[in-house]
Design a protein around this ligand. Structure first.
Ligand code: AMP
Length: 421
């Protein structure tokens, strides 16, 4: 049995300096998305199960196999969110969306799927995602894709490939479904049990089955775009035109469907060779989601990127945040009286120099032991309070990088630090 101190399979504890890598990509997401008019939304991590089943579709792997669903004490069926869109759409519907109104939001946070853990596949993973809701134009799709590419550039990820396809409108489903069934029909015996069921219930899902035998047959299926009606084809052409205008490179992936049922028109993924088998950095598309209570469905476009995978891609490219010491200054206090003075000096410095991280040593150990700790932390400055300093109202300030040292009055410490920072 695994030790009780171990995190569950597919989950992880995170520590600095790794946490700093995370906050770096999260802060970059905030900075880039806000340039495009997106504001942050935070929705609950768990919702009524129905919120996900209705939006994602009950014939999807996420709903059928991967959701963490449980009954609460009142017998209600609840689910830990497996993705962000369904909850955001619920929240927007709850707040109300006037006709013609557009809402642009981004979110950051944990998602939960009961998948078999592997490199790049976790049970608790984290996404940064966006939704542009109430937007119906092909330019909105192109801009969302361009923003994702912009974001990847800002966090130093080169070499991502944008794959693009169209699923068309609901009215295209009949003819496309019929053509796909005609393609798969002669091969049914060679397909996995899931695909034989999907043949009846949701033939599109056969295009992204992971079984090698099914994949081989799926790869020969007709390209979806060729089967779409005039309106859907025109919409897709307009998305491609806008991407060309923006100078965003893409590849058409004629059989890309993405796992969730709510997509219409554009679907896309960004894949990266630094990731191994789970090579999708981000995925998204245009959707049409029905709201509870039979209101008019909501149109929108969005995407989500997996934070773990963004970090793996960065690592494969050798991109790292510069290492930071755990503090900027370390106060060495010699003798019991100095310990009290160190406590106050630390407080005053933190308030006088915002962003300057100060640690003080209250152990009253020898100078050598305290300096050893300061070296281990890697602080650029140590501030020494000994008996003489205390008596004279002074502090000995040492720049650890050049070993330069001055004894200055207590009031002059902030100026001394600012000059050398
Ligand atoms: P999806 O909606 O499944 O396409 O997920 C969007 C993005 O989230 C993917 O491109 C991945 O980067 C990330 N992702 C999805 N599932 C997992 C998982 N189980 N573990 C880690 N990252 C994931």
């Amino acid at each position: 049995m695994a030790a009780l101190t171990e995190p569950l399979p597919g989950t992880a504890d995170l520590w600095e300096p790794e946490v700093l890598e995370w906050t770096g990509v999260e802060e970059a997401a905030r900075a880039v998305f806000s340039l495009y008019g997106y504001g942050e939304v935070r929705t609950p991590v768990f919702e009524r199960t129905d919120v996900f089943v209705r939006a994602i579709g009950d014939e999807t792997d996420v709903v059928q196999k991967e959701m963490y669903t449980f009954q609460d004490r009142g017998g209600r069926s609840l689910t830990l969110r497996p993705e962000g869109t369904a909850g955001v759409i619920r929240a927007i519907a709850h707040r109300g969306l006037s006709p013609g109104e557009q809402v642009r939001v981004y979110y950051l946070g944990p998602m939960f799927r009961g998948e078999r853990p592997a490199a790049g596949r976790r049970r608790q993973f984290h996404q940064v995602g966006v939704e542009s809701v109430g937007s119906c134009l092909p330019q909105d799709d192109a801009e969302a894709i361009a923003m994702l590419v912009h974001y990847l550039e800002v966090i130093g990820i080169r070499g991502g490939r944008v794959l693009l396809n169209s699923r068309g409108l609901p009215e295209d489903r009949g003819p496309v479904g019929a053509a796909l069934r005609r393609h798969f029909q002669p091969h049914l015996d060679a397909l996995c049990a899931d695909c034989r069921r999907r043949f009846e219930t949701n033939v599109w899902r056969m295009l992204d089955c992971k079984e090698p035998a099914c994949r081989e047959i799926a790869e020969r299926a007709p390209a979806m775009v060729d089967l779409l009606g005039t309106e859907s084809r025109a919409f897709f052409a307009a998305v491609l035109g806008a991407l060309d205008d923006l100078g965003v490179a893409y590849e058409i992936a004629p059989r890309l469907v993405r796992g969730l049922d709510y997509y219409v028109h554009t679907v896309f993924e960004v894949v990266h060779s630094g990731l191994g088998a789970q090579d999708a950095l981000a995925g998204g598309g245009r959707y049409r989601i029905s709201l509870p209570g039979g209101k008019t469905p909501v149109d929108g476009v969005g995407f989500a990127a997996g934070v773990e995978r963004l970090l793996m891609a960065r690592e494969s490219l050798g991109v790292r945040q510069p290492p930071q010491p755990g503090a900027d200054a370390y106060i060495v206090a010699l003798g019991n009286e100095a310990v009290g003075a160190a406590l106050i000096l630390a407080r005053d410095l933190r308030r006088a120099t915002p962003g300057f991280r100060v640690l003080a040593d209250y152990s009253a150990r020898s100078m050598k032991a305290q300096m050893r700790t300061a070296n281990r932390i890697g602080v650029p400055f140590t501030l020494i309070l000994g008996e003489t300093e205390l008596a004279e109202g002074k502090v000995t300030c040492r720049d650890m990088r050049g070993a330069e040292q001055h004894t200055v009055s207590r009031d002059a410490v902030v100026a001394w630090l600012r000059q050398r920072r």
